[in-house]
Design a protein around this ligand. Structure first.
Ligand SMILES: CC(C)(COP(=O)(O)OP(=O)(O)OC[C@H]1O[C@@H](n2cnc3c(N)ncnc32)[C@H](O)[C@@H]1OP(=O)(O)O)[C@@H](O)C(=O)NCCC(=O)NCCS
Length: 161
């Protein structure tokens, strides 16, 4: 499981008990999980479908630094299932666990769409894909420019004759 995002527990995140408010934590988790799903499925249009039992294992206090961890546990046809854990960054003490968070991959019409993924995509793989896309686009632009220059040169030749 990768712990990417850190949060610093501030006064506005507390409940009247003086510990981290569950609603703040859930908002952070939902956003982090959505970003994870977006990166895995390479699609900005994902929605939260299902969240299993949330286990608030232990509390966090003002000033604590916590980290949010995600991993994909299942790739369906249109869905992806994640497991989440939040822990104290220093002590590694578990603060929250969610066994299953399901996100659905949507198309432009707002309907579930197949995502075609079946395993976790790592950062290097995503970067390589991006690099190839950029190179292909640059190559296509260069080829179009060369063709245009060739056409112009031909026109100039024709004008001289
Ligand atoms: C997401 C939504 C379009 C799915 O609609 P649906 O009729 O359930 O669609 P489907 O039956 O095609 O299911 C889509 C996927 O979700 C999965 N799914 C549906 N209900 C599920 C549930 N209760 N638990 C887990 N997965 C579920 C299905 O298995 C399917 O995954 P798969 O293709 O990988 O097998 C619809 O429920 C919706 O719009 N929900 C609101 C989403 C939202 O606004 N989220 C923000 C939270 S406030």
């Amino acid at each position: 499981m990768n712990f990417h995002t850190r949060k610093w527990v501030k006064p506005e995140d507390l409940n009247p008990n003086g510990t981290l408010f569950g609603g703040s934590l859930l908002r952070w988790i939902d956003e982090e999980a959505a970003i994870y799903a977006i990166c895995q499925l390479d699609n900005q249009r994902v929605v939260t479908k299902f969240i299993s039992e949330v286990n608030f294992v232990s509390s966090a206090r003002q000033g604590d630094i916590i980290e949010l961890g995600m991993t994909a546990t299942d790739f369906g046809r249109t869905s992806i299932t994640l497991r989440c854990e939040v822990r104290n960054k220093v002590t590694r003490k578990s603060i929250l666990t969610i066994e299953r968070m399901v996100f659905v991959n949507m198309d432009a019409e707002g309907k579930p769409a197949p995502h075609g993924r079946d395993r976790i995509r790592y950062a290097e793989e995503a970067y390589e894909r991006y690099r190839q896309t950029v190179h292909t686009a640059v190559d296509a632009t260069a080829a179009a420019a060369a063709k245009e220059a060739e056409r112009e040169a031909l026109n100039e030749d024709e004008a001289v004759h």
